[in-house]
Design a protein around this ligand. Sequence first.
Ligand code: CP
Length: 301
Amino acid sequence: MTEHFYPHRHLLGIQGLGPLELTALLDLADGYVEQNRSVDKRKNLLRGRTLVNLFFENSTRTRTSFELAGKRLGADVINMQASSSSVQKGETLIDTAMTLNAMHLDVLVVRHPDSGAVKLLSEKVNCAVINAGDGSHEHPTQALLDALTIRRRKGQLAGLTVAICGDVQHSRVARSNIYLLLTMGARVRLIGPRTLIPTQVDRMGVEVFHDMRTGLKDVDVVMMLRIQNERMRGNFIPSIREYFHFFGLDYAKLSLAKPDAVIMHPGPMNRGVEIDSDVADDVERSLIREQVEMGVAVRMA
Ligand code: CP
């Protein structure tokens, strides 16, 4: 059923995928949640298959959950960190991928600091390629796990208003979420300082706010983003203190959202910068831990 609705070899981005394809992936992932909560978490669906995690940037959640996903489906999983590979001796991205390709992989999961690098690589290898985040372009499995988390709490995505707040400019998570949420019929608001919201982003069909108090009014979901210092060239905010004052999520700002609005963050979080610790740890309203749980199910799908 899912193969019929997802007729692609790779998953490079959310852009271009339709509601049927996205729903098929979310439904399949939803089915793995119970397996992951059971004592025996292993199935042999991918027995004999090989999955390689090739990460050119640091990761905790994405790399670990792809490893768990592969192992829980019975695949052989190998983790490669670029910092301890022959990339350090000058081997190029393509030569690295071709070397791995010669070992008859089935799935190559790639994270790379350059936008477009994962697509380029997918054109050179025979196996399926999954984008685990490329520069500030896309992070498709993050958007899928966010969507699954929201859908399980709210019942559906269509008709919800989701505020994505903070450093949208440098965020691949924001871009993938915008594509997915709009495709599934949600409304998207972007909230942040002018320096951290891309110009002309409203052409994507989102609403833009530069004030949390107006932007958060009556939203169903508040999705906070980390300041991506590693992608910044120059100063984008005057100071952390000022940024938290105007754009950090605390209970005063959250009170403007709907009373049952939920809080999300893709992680890693910088507490006291984009989010107050008490809000992040609110067991009733914060879905941050559930997002991590859904990450394994989505990556199995
Ligand atoms: N959200 C996310 O991609 O986290 P990691 O960088 O830890 O993988």
